[in-house]
Design a binder for this molecule. Sequence first.
Ligand code: RET
Length: 280
Amino acid sequence: MIPDSLTQLQYDTIYNIFSLVIASQLFTSIFLVISLPRVLPRYRQALTVAAIVCGIAAYHYFRIFNSFTEAFVTEAVGGRGDYVQVAGASFNEGYRYVDWLLTVPLLLLELVAVLALARKVQSSLLTRLIPAAALMIALGYPGEMASDNLTRGIFGLLSSLPFAYILYVLFVELTKSLDRQPATVRKTISLLRLLLLATWGVYPIAYLLPGLGIDGSDAWVGLQIGYSVADILAKCLYGLIIFRIARMKSFSDDQAFAEVELTLEEATSLKQPIVQNRRK
Ligand SMILES: *C/C=C(C)/C=C/C=C(C)/C=C/C1=C(C)CCCC1(C)C
């Protein structure tokens, strides 16, 4: 599905988007590591995993970026002209799948870890979510690498089955554990879940583009933009919301910590829900 040539505009757009993804992933990762002391120890695992996810993605985007600049070249003076694939080099679309195979299960781990559920509930969720996530990515890979639309369609469909199962676990099973979370946290978790749905939903749509009869290189550029923007939202923004949840839970668990971290006014306004939580 990789086109033989790209216009100057298409090349520049992809080049700049990849660069944006590297900066976003790298610095979100650093921010999350620096922010570890700003939550209670019991929530640090979730933040560590979030930082690792962004770090892994930053690494893979370096590789993707290099693969892209090696695969497409122009002969035009000053680089103003079409870019064509060099003989002997090709853009490696597979890097994304290596990245997702690691990061998608970790994103689900992040979510479950920040909830700090009872150990049994936690492991029951994870033993279902993690294999389903790995299966979803593994089944998508042969479709993405295939050069015909039929193979692409079949594996896309197969990969959608574990995807549907993940959504079922998150929106039906997980809901049962939410009523034990503090009220403010519950709202943020629902928001996070919607973000997950909205951003993860972009991947299968971008995957479909080459099959929709759009001109080859336009569809491919659309797919790269779709995956890249979704990666920023599903990893960076998601990680930052996890951080916010961990902060809120830290404050509601420990008044002394809230008093150190917040202004006096903010800490006092928290007192009510904290007392209620302690009683439970
Ligand atoms: C950070 C990367 C993330 C969150 C990647 C998520 C990827 C998906 C949800 C991919 C799903 C796919 C389907 C449901 C069908 C077509 C093939 C895939 C792999 C694109």
